[in-house]
Design a protein around this ligand. Sequence first.
Ligand code: ASP
Length: 316
Amino acid sequence: MTLRRISPALVAHGGAGGRGPAADRSERRHALLAAVRRGADLLREGGSALDAVQVTVVELEDDPRFNAGTGSVLTSAGTVEMDASIMVMERRRAGEARISAGAVAAVSRVKNPLMLARAIMEETPHVMLTGSGAHRFARRAGIELCRSEDLITARARERWSARQLQLRNPSASTAARSTVGAVAIDSKGNIAAGTSTGGIPGKIPGRVGDSAIIGAGTFVSAQGAASATGHGEAIILAALCREAVAALSGRSPSSVARHAIATLLAPGKAEGGIVIVDCKARIGFAHNAAAMQVATFDSAELRHFWVEPLTRAGTS
Ligand code: ASP
């Protein structure tokens, strides 16, 4: 049986959260577009959805303006602890599909946690490794380790200090959260998703968020893929990405994305966002935070959006 060729698609988000300063927004817009362009180039040349997701997310992990890899936000103790996950559905002959996933939690010495998650998926019988075991495996797998301090930017340190003051004098933070994630489908119909983050600022050391949890922050099935951002505890409780992908049969990704944020997160008043691609290469995204930026590649076109938030009352 010959497989039908699909026009590939890719969607990436740069986190749902505060709007951040205007100058910063334009830089983050360019950076997100540049990362999606790299993934799109790969898909255009016949590359896989998995590689496209990796290239896009790794580029953002290396960009200190995003909360993932270098530039991650700090824990309450002023340390870095990053979470990441990746998942793929690969089409085989005669309608068979293979699903695999890998994840890391609370790693502090890995430049690109998403690459480590992929190595765990491809080279171990496990789905998730954490902390020191993950670091040991990274060394064996040839994944670049660094000093934890190398991941801490001056800006992350400043935000941490400001937060320490804020804790004594609480007020709503307008800082952009800037977790990163991407979903893609390639021309062979393989589907992948990946998410990477430093977590939420001021988290208790050892806290693991949704970005490390398959089904919560990242999920893929033969129907499609999703990557989430926002309040990790609520996203875990809602199994947000799994629920959204399960709802794809028969519905468009944009209606599923809006519905998932409105019905699964908003009743608990949690803030979050989601990006989705389905098996027909249709895309969707939604959020209910102050801001979320998304860059898309579909129908051979690259686009960027500052997505309008859903109103608390409705799904549009
Ligand atoms: N979802 C991430 C976490 O809770 C944070 C974010 O997306 O901003 O760790």
